[in-house]
Write a protein that binds this ligand. Structure first.
Ligand code: HEM
Length: 553
C-alpha cells in the first residue's frame, strides 16, 4: 500500500506528510537514503524492506518481552474443565492451602474459562490489597451473587468506585463506625442479657435441681444476634410484618431465614455457566429460579418493613435508628440502594459473629484448662458480683488472645470474594494478566507454617501478649477481616460483641462437651460460605451463679 506505481514522488511525499514525517525529517531521510525519480522503484522497495526489518525487530522485541513474562506456577488440570473437578467439595480453602504447600504462596488454577490466582501469604495479600489495589479493585460476581446482590448494589460486593464509597461512608458514619457503635451499646447489652436470661430459664426448666443441662448454643447466639441486628437497623425487633406479596404475616424467625439463612445457602449454589461464558445462552432454569425466588422474597419482606417504617415516621415517630436516617436524610438513594442498605447490615451482623463465638466456645468447652484460666482472669479483673462490661475487655488479655486465636484458626470468611485484575500487573515478581481473578486464601494465610507452628492447633498462648497482631490494620499475619480499602466495615461491632459474649458465657457457666459430641475429628467442616461449624455446638452447661449478674454492684 505504501508503494506508488510510478516514479512520481508526489504520492510518497503526500503519504509521508500524512504519516507525520515532517519537512525537517524528509531532508534527513533523503540524505541518509538518496531518493531520486530515476531509481525510485528500487529505493522504495529497499525502504520497505528496511521498514519491515525495523518493524519486525520492534515486534520481536515486544514479543520477547511478552515471552519472558513470568507467570505464577499453574496447578495441572484437565483440558476445558481446568481444576474444577478438584474443587468439588465445599471446603476449597483447604484444597487451596494444600496446593500452596506444593506450588507456593501464589499459583494459578483454571475454573473452566477463568484463570484464578490463589494467594496464600500475608506479604502477597498486602501487596495486592494495598500497594496494587488500584489495579485489582473490581469484582466479577457469580450469577447467584449477581442476583442476590442486585447486581452488586451492596457495599461488600460492589466494585470500588463512587457507589461503593458513598454506600460505605453512609453505613460506617451512621451505623458501624466507632461513634455509632458506642451509642448502640445498650442494644448489644439488651440482646446479650436477654439471651443469658433465656439460658438460665431453660436450664432451670430442664433440671430444676442441678440446673445442668445440654444446650444448643447456636440457637442462643442466633436469638441474640438477629434481634440485635433488627434493632440496630429498624429501632425495633418486629415479631412479624405483613407482606403484601405473600398475602400474610411473616414471623420473626421466618424473616431470619429470608434475610440470612436462605441467601447464605443460595450464594454457594453453583451454576456451571459461570465457568463457561461461551455457553451463557443455554438456560439453567432450575438454579436461576431458585436464586431469584430467594432474592424476590427478601425484597418483598424488606420493602414491607421499610413501608411500615415510613408510615411510623409519617405519624410523627422521631428518627432514632439507621433506617430512619436513610429514609429522612439519605434521600439521594435509589429504591434499590435503600432496600439493600437496610438489608446488608442485618445479614452481616447475624452470621460471621455467630461463627466466631460458636467456634471459640467449642474450643473453650473442649479445653478445661483454658476455660479455668479465663474464668480466673475475669474474676481477678472484674470480680464475681457484676457482669463483664465493654470497658473491662481491654484489660482481659487472655480473653483477647482467645478471640484472636479463634479468628486465626477459624476465619469466618476463609476465601475473600474474588477480585478482578483490571490491568496487567506484577505481584510478588510474577506477571498477572488483565482479566484474571484473584482469590485471597485467608485460611491459607492464617495457617502459613512459616509463620505459625502447628497451625491446626488452637493455642491462645501463641498470640498472648503479641502487641503487633492487630488483625489486618497494620499487621497482616492474620487477616480475618481482610485489609486495606475493602477491609470489613463491621470490625468495630464484631470486636465488641465477640469478646463480651465469650466473657458472659464463661463468667456465668461452666462448659463441657458431651461424651457423644458429634464433632469427633472433622470439627472444622463447613457448610456455608462462612466457616460454620458443621454441627451446632451442643454443650453441657452448669451455672456458676443463680442468675445473670447485674451491671453494677
Ligand atoms: C467476625 C466477624 C466478621 C468477619 C470475620 C468479617 C470479615 C469480613 C471480610 C473478610 C470482608 C471482606 C473484605 C474484602 O473483600 O477484602 C468483610 C467485608 C465487609 N464486612 Fe465484615 N466481617 C465480620 C463482621 C461484620 C459485621 C458485624 C458487619 C456489619 C454489620 C460487617 C460488614 C462488612 C461490610 C459492609 C463489608 C464490606 C467492606 C467493603 O467492601 O468495603 N462485617 N468482612
Amino acid at each position: 500500500m505504501l508503494l506508488c506505481d510510478s516514479g512520481n514522488m508526489e504520492p510518497i511525499n503526500a503519504m509521508a506528510s500524512r504519516l507525520l514525517i515532517t519537512d525537517q525529517i524528509m531532508p534527513a531521510l533523503r540524505h541518509w537514503w538518496p531518493i531520486n525519480p530515476v531509481n525510485a522503484p528500487a529505493s522504495i522497495a529497499l525502504s520497505s524492506l528496511i521498514a519491515i526489518i525495523i518493524f519486525s525487530q520492534f515486534y520481536l522485541a515486544i514479543a520477547a518481552r511478552r515471552w519472558k513474562r513470568h507467570f505464577p506456577p499453574a496447578v495441572p488440570g484437565l483440558p476445558l474443565l481446568g481444576n474444577l473437578l478438584q474443587l468439588g467439595e465445599k471446603k476449597p480453602h483447604k484444597t487451596f492451602t494444600a496446593w500452596a504447600k506444593k506450588y507456593g504462596p501464589i499459583y494459578t488454577i483454571k475454573t473452566g474459562a477463568d484463570t484464578m490466582v490463589v494467594i496464600s501469604s500475608a506479604e502477597l495479600a498486602k501487596e495486592a490489597m494495598i500497594t496494587k489495589f488500584s489495579s485489582i479493585s473490581t469484582r466479577k460476581t457469580s450469577r447467584a451473587l449477581s442476583i442476590l446482590t442486585e447486581q452488586k448494589t451492596m457495599v461488600a460486593m460492589s466494585d470500588y468506585g463512587e457507589e461503593h464509597r458513598m454506600l460505605k461512608k453512609l453505613v460506617v458514619t451512621n451505623l458501624l463506625g466507632p461513634i455509632p457503635q458506642k451509642a448502640n451499646r445498650h442494644l448489644r447489652e439488651m440482646a446479650s442479657f436477654k439471651m443469658l436470661d433465656a439460658m438460665y430459664s431453660q436450664l432451670k426448666e430442664m433440671d430444676p435441681i442441678s440446673c445442668t443441662a445440654t444446650l444448643n448454643l447456636r440457637d442462643y447466639i442466633k436469638q441474640a444476634l438477629f434481634p440485635f441486628s433488627m434493632y440496630q437497623v429498624l429501632g425495633r425487633d418486629p415479631e412479624y410484618v405483613y407482606v403484601k406479596e405473600f398475602g400474610r404475616n411473616v414471623g420473626r424467625w421466618e424473616m431470619f431465614e429470608i434475610f440470612v439463612g436462605d441467601p447464605l445457602k443460595a450464594v454457594i449454589e453453583v451454576d456451571w455457566r459461570d465457568f463457561f461464558p461461551a455457553l451463557q445462552w443455554i438456560p439453567n432454569k432450575a438454579v436461576e429460579d431458585k436464586i431469584t425466588s430467594v432474592a424476590v422474597r427478601r425484597k418483598a419482606v424488606i420493602r414491607a418493613l421499610i413501608e411500615e417504617q415510613r408510615q411510623m415516621l409519617a405519624k410523627g415517630k422521631q428518627p432514632d435508628c439507621y433506617l430512619d436516617f436513610l429514609l429522612t436524610q439519605a434521600t439521594h438513594l435509589t429504591p434499590k440502594q435503600l432496600e439493600m442498605s437496610a438489608w446488608e447490615p442485618i445479614i452481616e451482623s447475624a452470621d460471621t459473629t455467630l461463627v466466631t463465638i460458636e467456634w471459640a466456645m467449642y474450643e473453650i468447652a473442649n479445653n478445661p484448662a483454658v476455660q479455668e484460666r479465663l474464668y480466673q482472669e475475669i474474676n481477678e479483673v472484674v470480680g464475681s458480683s457484676r457482669i463483664v462490661t465493654e470497658e473491662d475487655v481491654p484489660k482481659l488479655k487472655y480473653l483477647d488472645a482467645i478471640v484472636k486465636e479463634t479468628l486465626r484458626k477459624y476465619p469466618p470468611v476463609p476465601l475473600l470474594p474474588p477480585r478482578h485484575v483490571d490491568e496487567d500487573v506484577q505481584l510478588g515478581g510474577f506477571d498477572l494478566k488483565k482479566g484474571w481473578q484473584i482469590i485471597f486464601n485467608i485460611y491459607g494465610i492464617n495457617y502459613n507454617t512459616q509463620v505459625w507452628k502447628n497451625p491446626e492447633v488452637w493455642d491462645p498462648d501463641r498470640v498472648l501478649g503479641d502487641k503487633d497482631l492487630d488483625l489486618g490494620f497494620k499487621d497482616h499475619r492474620v487477616l480475618p477481616f481482610g485489609t486495606g480499602k475493602r477491609m470489613c466495615a463491621g470490625v468495630t461491632q464484631a470486636m465488641y460483641i465477640i469478646p463480651t459474649n465469650i466473657a458472659y458465657y464463661v463468667q456465668h457457666f461452666q462448659w463441657a462437651l458431651p461424651q457423644d459430641n458429634q464433632d469427633g475429628k472433622g470439627v472444622a467442616d463447613t457448610v456455608f460460605l462462612t466457616t460454620h461449624k458443621l454441627h451446632p455446638l451442643q454443650a453441657i452447661v452448669t451455672p456458676r451463679h443463680s442468675a445473670r449478674l447485674p451491671l453494677t454492684i
